[in-house]
Design a protein around this ligand. Sequence first.
Ligand code: PEP
Ligand code: MG
Length: 328
Amino acid sequence: RRAEFAAMRDLPSVTADDQRVELMVNAGLREDAQALDMVGADGIGLFRTEFQFLVSATLPQREKQQRLYKDVLDAAGDRPVIFRTVDIGGDKALPYMQRDDDEELEDNPAMGWRALRLALDRDGLMKAQARALLEAAAGKVLHVMFPMVSEPWEYEQARALVEHQRLWLHERKKKLPIAVKYGAMLEVPALAEVLDILLPRLDFLSIGTNDLTQFLFAADRAHPRLAERYDWLSIAILRFLDRVVRTCADYQVPVGVCGEMGGRTLEAMALVGLGIRRLSITPASVGPVKAMIRAVDAAELQALMRELLDGRARDIRASLTQWAVERN
Ligand code: PEP
Ligand code: MG
């Protein structure tokens, strides 16, 4: 099977009925960029910039951040890299970052002062990162994505912050990206209710199913007893995703999935059936997921998902498995 997936590397990621599904990888380290060529991916759909912060003994200076971003962009060549601004705080606490006593005490760190919430309050960190990203992507297209957006104003504020840095650099005659594309992660369920407000302002949306599932089911994603309890192929999640995909289609905003869900073959199949055409997954999953994509007929799959979402199937996982086996 390993040889089979290696052979898969240079084949296009299209379904039997010619629907293209972009396959990107999740990354966080300089070395991860090399995986792009190894597995034949279309780009980096999620670059977790906080990794550099988490592995450093001191706060990485702007120049150091910039060097990393530039190296990753160079390794990616013509392929897009979506940089997610730092998702720190909560359980990803930085030992060198000063926090006040009341900030230390969090009963629910995953729902606490983290990611964009922290970045907007401590905007020095965000400004430095924005400049590092803008300068690293000089002459190229920069993709920036904000994590844990809960309300449209947070996205607006984050975007304005980056735009402000762009203007600042422009005034100083610095070389800039040829374009900046802005995206938000959909991880907080509340955001799905205000997509009509958010989407007209977005270049792309990326669904983070790890956090989204945790918040939809109110189930800690790291809790061993809960890890397997709620199925990604449950009707609640699939209906939720279905609505989001449809709304994005209405607004013609590209939508992808960058949570671990998309790296599992059966789950990825369901996502293609819901109309998802961009997955960002762990590099090791690219081969198996591409093999699945090339084997399925997207139109048939879409019809099957419609039936399953009606709620008559008691076990969606079993139904999808049976469908896949019958067609192989
Ligand atoms: C997610 O929440 O699905 C996601 C991709 O982000 P992370 O796993 O880094 O929280
Ligand atoms: Mg997340």
